[in-house]
Ligand binder design. Structure first.
Ligand SMILES: Cc1cc2nc3c(=O)[nH]c(=O)nc-3n(C[C@H](O)[C@H](O)[C@H](O)COP(=O)(O)OP(=O)(O)OC[C@H]3O[C@@H](n4cnc5c(N)ncnc54)[C@H](O)[C@@H]3O)c2cc1C
Length: 256
């Protein structure tokens, strides 16, 4: 049975070739009409008016709403640390092609909602895997892939034997075999995950995951996320500009 492969380019290039990040949902302003709730027609990036309107509540300046002033207000709030306003916006992101090692790091961020591909309910017999850049750099891909194939064999063997044991009535009532066979799977296994952070939390995640201390795969993921979210709101403009210039957020001064 063929295994699906995923090859990150290299440590600093930091774009795993097959990691995919897609925005699948976001908050935007709505209004109530006779037909029910409909999206409000606004100019500018889709989330800016909602965030700016929430911010304007603090100053009672809602009459000044314009795309240019939305951006100015948002950047001012980012600079001054008035970031609780950013919690009014959520973005839902689907991430494919990352390893379980990576998702384990990702889920440590506590103010984010997660839904992840289940190894209890899904059959991992034909798993995809991530090859770390050092493995490719050291010319160890062949060895690594054969290790993955061994893991696959072990998983399938265990799954088969557990299914047989269950059929013979040897397992306790209600046992699921995939959930126990998965214990022999490697950390490199690809795992799909959907996350919904609010924008303040996402800023905090960028500050932790786009530095030289961050692990390469989570760095790569947040680089892709940053490139996407900057198209939906000005909330990340300061971070994006700094990142574009410096290649990381090391040295970025955060106002708290
Ligand atoms: C380079 C690096 C190395 C790491 N190494 C390890 C490691 O070896 N072992 C390990 O276990 N983890 C490790 N981690 C994970 C790290 O400890 C955090 O769990 C992870 O970065 C999430 O950060 P957070 O808790 O600040 O973020 P979030 O959960 O996203 O929270 C965001 C912010 O909310 C606030 N907050 C959230 N919850 C609370 C709370 N209960 N009380 C007070 N304030 C709160 C804090 O200000 C926090 O920064 C590492 C992380 C990085 C970036």
């Amino acid at each position: 049975m063929a295994l699906k492969q995923n090859r990150p380019q290299n440590q600093q290039g930091i774009t795993p070739m097959y990691m995919e990040v897609d925005i699948i949902g976001l908050s935007f302003p709505v209004e109530e009409t006779a037909e029910g709730f409909v999206p409000r027609k606004v100019e500018g990036r889709p989330m800016d008016r909602l965030i700016a309107d929430c911010g304007r509540t603090c100053y009672q300046t809602n009459d000044r709403a314009k795309p240019e002033t939305d951006v100015k207000l948002i950047l001012g709030m980012a600079k001054n640390g008035h970031t609780s306003v950013f919690e009014h916006g959520n973005v839902t992101i689907r991430i494919r092609g990352g390893s379980r090692a990576f998702t384990h790091e990702l889920v440590r961020h506590r103010h984010t909602a997660y839904s992840q591909e289940s190894q209890r309910y899904c059959d991992a017999g034909n798993f995809g895997f991530v090859i770390p850049p050092s493995i490719a750099e050291a010319g160890l891909e062949g060895i690594f892939i054969s290790m993955m194939e061994k893991s696959q064999k072990n998983y399938l063997r265990l799954q088969r034997k557990l299914n047989k044991a269950r059929a013979k009535g040897k397992l306790a009532e209600g046992r699921k075999t995939n959930e126990d066979a998965r214990f022999v799977l490697p950390n490199a296994v690809q795992s799909e995950i959907v996350i919904t952070p609010n924008l303040a939390e996402l800023r905090s995640m960028f500050f932790k995951r786009l530095t030289k201390h961050a692990q390469w795969e989570i760095f790569a993921c947040f680089k892709l996320i940053l490139q996407k979210v900057v198209t939906i709101t000005a909330v990340f403009d300061d971070i994006y500009e700094y990142f574009q210039k410096n290649g990381s957020l090391d040295g970025f001064t955060i106002t708290l």
